[in-house]
Write a protein that binds this ligand. Sequence first.
Ligand SMILES: Nc1nc2c(c(=O)[nH]1)N(C=O)[C@@H](CNc1ccc(C(=O)N[C@@H](CCC(=O)O)C(=O)O)cc1)CN2
Ligand SMILES: Nc1ncnc2c1ncn2[C@@H]1O[C@H](COP(=O)(O)OP(=O)(O)OP(=O)(O)O)[C@@H](O)[C@H]1O
Length: 189
Amino acid sequence: MEKKELRQRLLAERQAMSLAERTPLDRAILQRLTALPEVQAAKTILLYLDFRGEVESDGMIEACLAAGKTVCAPVTIKAERKMIPVLVSSLQELRAGAYGIREPIYHPEAVVPVTEIDLVVLPGVGFDRSGGRLGYGGGYYDRFLPTLRPDVTKIAVAYELQVVDQIPIEPHDTMLDLLVTENGVWRRV
Ligand SMILES: Nc1nc2c(c(=O)[nH]1)N(C=O)[C@@H](CNc1ccc(C(=O)N[C@@H](CCC(=O)O)C(=O)O)cc1)CN2
Ligand SMILES: Nc1ncnc2c1ncn2[C@@H]1O[C@H](COP(=O)(O)OP(=O)(O)OP(=O)(O)O)[C@@H](O)[C@H]1O
């Protein structure tokens, strides 16, 4: 169970970081992310709402809203192991959803059609520099990513301590295009 052990080790390392340690890293990641031409060109972006010590995402949401972009975030349907992109118009209009993750309030009119999404920013537990990603093991993004338009840019954001030489990859895994950490940006080659 290589994946399970890697997940536990990386989660423990991430949780061990203090707020004072992560705050400058969050800022550096936010700056690198918003400077990317792909992000600047995107009109509709699927972001996430951080939990369990993921890279802070509120700043990304604020920046995208301020730039006039359409922002959506996952609403998690645990029973169906699926996630739905729902419009986020403000960080004040969120509630705690499945797993205690903050999410926008689901209304059928607030669902963003997957065909409208231009770019996805993904959290995760571990990453490698060739597009591999390790999540919490729910398979939510694994099922969701193949439903997107093929031209959608998929960007991982992570602390450098979450980056390993090689994430064990399975056939259902979708490779990510870019990895952004506090130290730089890696484009999948
Ligand atoms: N911020 C954020 N939102 C997200 C995700 C994410 O990774 N980060 N997701 C990306 O997928 C989805 C939620 N995925 C999750 C998957 C599993 C567990 C979880 O707690 N799993 C159990 C045991 C694993 C299992 O069920 O087999 C656990 O860790 O205790 C939590 C969230 C949708 N929203
Ligand atoms: N497209 C799919 N259809 C059905 N089951 C899937 C699919 N993709 C993944 N799964 C299943 O979901 C489970 C979790 O997969 P995996 O460990 O890759 O998740 P993860 O990438 O860590 O999690 P997440 O995407 O939620 O962050 C596995 O048991 C896998 O078989």
